[in-house]
Design a protein. Sequence first.
Length: 348
Amino acid sequence: MEKSILITGGAGFIGSHVVRLFVKKYPNYRIVNLDCLTYAGNLENLKDIEGSKNYAFAKVDINDEDLLKEVFNDYQITDVIHLAAESHVDRSITDPLAFVKTNVMGTVNLLNTAKNHWKDLDNHLFYHVSTDEVYGSLDDGGFFLETTPYDPQSPYSSSKAASDHFVRAYANTYGLKTVISNCSNNYGPNQFPEKLIPLCIHNIKQNKPLPVYGKGDNIRDWLFVLDHAIAIDLVFHKGKTGETYNIGGFNEWKNIDIVKLLCEIMDRKLGRDKGASEQLITFVKDRAGHDQRYAIDADKINKELGWKPSLTFEVGIEKTVDWYLENEGWLDGVTSGDYQKYYQQHYS
Ligand code: NAD
Ligand code: TYD
């Protein structure tokens, strides 16, 4: 094997798309998916590739030092792409410590294991996948650049910012070769239905209220998940070590407009009367400390690595709605928690 890459969080939303892309595109790499299967990890996401010769799965918590060492030894890991994290802002508000544990302590544990395992640090790469939320919140104008000072506002973004700092500290202090990318909001197949887009699709289908926080005028910059995975592939292979790359689709939407668009698409696909699903929109209490606007300037990755989104939002959102409608079993399993019971029986 030319490389043996540890991808953490590979059973989650973005991680599963990254694992699939690498397994299929690089038969000469071994891809080791390391994931402890929290509520957000679902091996269903990878059913189509689980039998591939160059794929292995390890049910391990990134905080477990001994098991991590074992995986590095057993698979002779050459590189890391680190996605495992607690990822939902609302959960970070109710349980910030869980975010410190996984996102900060888990990342440091992983950095430490990699640094100690690799004899010649020059030949290995630690790629940390992060978020644009570390830059804080924007008003009406301007974009997040790679040089924008960190100003995280939520427990989630603070924990991701801390992990980014530790990655840079390991590069500076120990000479670990690292690269970081900070991406805007992702959408697409396999996203857990606690996040805005899949939550709305699920609730519209079930005729349940669509909770819009505050006035619905907060702005997010949306990118199709496969385009993020393609960018990660490029950064991993062509990115300059020590650098940061912002990833985003120049695709800003007010939350309320996204929700209305989803209602429109779902009315059409479900054969409902025009405007029927919009009746479900319910304005609710705002999220505490709700960031107003995120917007990525993705000029650097475009100019230096030639990346740009392959899909328009119009195409991506139709594909996403179609996927959720065609994969009702996935959505039912995730919302009922049945898949978690299965893992408890088979992987404990
Ligand atoms: P997700 O919540 O869907 O998946 C996270 C995965 O990590 C799950 O499979 C979970 O089981 C695993 N995991 C959690 N804690 C773990 C631990 N202690 N040990 C091992 N595995 C653990 O998240 P996602 O949306 O796919 O995000 C993946 C990464 O990308 C995260 O680092 C996130 O911060 C970053 N990111 C996400 C977005 C987005 O819009 N979702 C945008 C930019 C960056
Ligand atoms: P989310 O998908 O949780 O991503 P993030 O908070 O990381 O940006 O939320 C996207 C936006 O949608 C955010 O401004 C909060 C808002 N939102 C709602 O209005 N209602 C909801 O039920 C959820 C989950 C989010």
